[in-house]
Ligand binder design. Structure first.
Ligand code: AMP
Length: 188
C-alpha cells in the first residue's frame, strides 16, 4: 500500500499515519520528522533547514526530494509507505512521480484530510503548549504555515484528482472515525 496523506498543518496527518503504520505494517515517511531529526543531530542539512522551518516556510524542493528518494530505497519501504507532509508543492509531486516511475512503483491513493482553519489554529497552538513544543507550533508561525499550505500545497488536490487518486475525508471528526473513513476509502 503506497499512500500520501495530504492536509493542512494540524489536520491529523501524523496521528492517522501512526495508526495506519500499525494497521498495515508499513512505515510513515514524514519529511518534517526527518528534518527535525537532522536539526537535533546538527547536520549541515538540519542547520540549513532550521531557520526556514522556524518561520513556517518550505525547505527547498531539492532537499526534500533528496530525502524522500533516499528513504524510498530503504528495505522497510518494500511493502509500501505512508507519505506524511510530502509532497507539498507541484514540483515535489512531479519529482515523486518520476522517482516512483523509475522504481517501477505506483501510488494506491492520496487521502486529503479536510479541516477547518480556525479549529486547526486551536489544535496546533495547544499541541505546542502541551508538548513543550515544536518551535513552529505557535499561532503566528502556524498562520504562516496555513498560508503556505493554501498557496503551495492545496493545488495538489486538483493534481491528484486529475490522476483519479484523490480520496477526501473529513478531518474534523473523532480520530477513530477519520481512520475508519480512510480505511474505507482505500478499500480496507
Ligand atoms: P511538518 O512536520 O510536516 O508540519 O513540517 C514541518 C516543517 O518542515 C514545514 O513547515 C517545512 O518547513 C518543513 N517541511 C516538511 N516537509 C516539507 C516538504 N515536503 N517540503 C518543504 N518543506 C517541508
Amino acid at each position: 500500500m503506497r499512500l500520501i496523506l495530504l492536509g493542512p498543518p494540524g489536520a491529523g496527518k501524523g496521528t492517522q499515519a501512526k495508526i495506519l503504520v500499525e494497521a498495515f505494517g508499513i512505515p510513515q515517511l514524514s519529511t518534517g520528522d526527518i528534518l527535525r531529526s537532522a536539526i537535533a543531530a546538527r547536520t549541515p542539512m538540519g542547520l540549513a533547514a532550521k531557520e526556514i522551518m522556524d518561520r513556517g516556510d518550505l525547505v527547498s524542493d531539492a532537499v526534500v526530494n533528496g530525502i524522500v528518494s533516499e528513504r524510498l530505497d530503504a528495505a522497510d519501504c518494500k511493502p509500501g509507505f505512508i507519505l506524511d507532509g510530502f509532497p507539498r508543492t507541484i514540483a515535489q509531486a512531479e519529482a515523486l512521480d518520476t522517482m516512483l516511475a523509475d522504481k517501477g512503483l505506483a501510488l494506491n491513493a492520496v487521502i486529503e484530510i479536510k479541516a477547518d482553519v480556525d479549529v486547526l489554529v486551536q489544535r496546533v497552538v495547544s499541541r505546542g503548549k502541551e508538548t513543550g513544543g515544536r518551535a513552529d507550533d505557535n499561532e503566528e508561525v502556524l498562520r504562516k504555515r496555513l498560508n503556505v499550505y493554501t498557496e503551495q500545497t492545496a493545488p495538489l488536490v486538483a493534481y491528484y484528482a486529475d490522476k483519479g487518486l484523490l480520496k477526501v475525508v473529513d478531518g474534523m471528526e473523532a480520530v477513530e472515525q477519520v481512520t475508519a473513513k480512510i480505511k474505507a476509502a482505500i478499500g480496507n
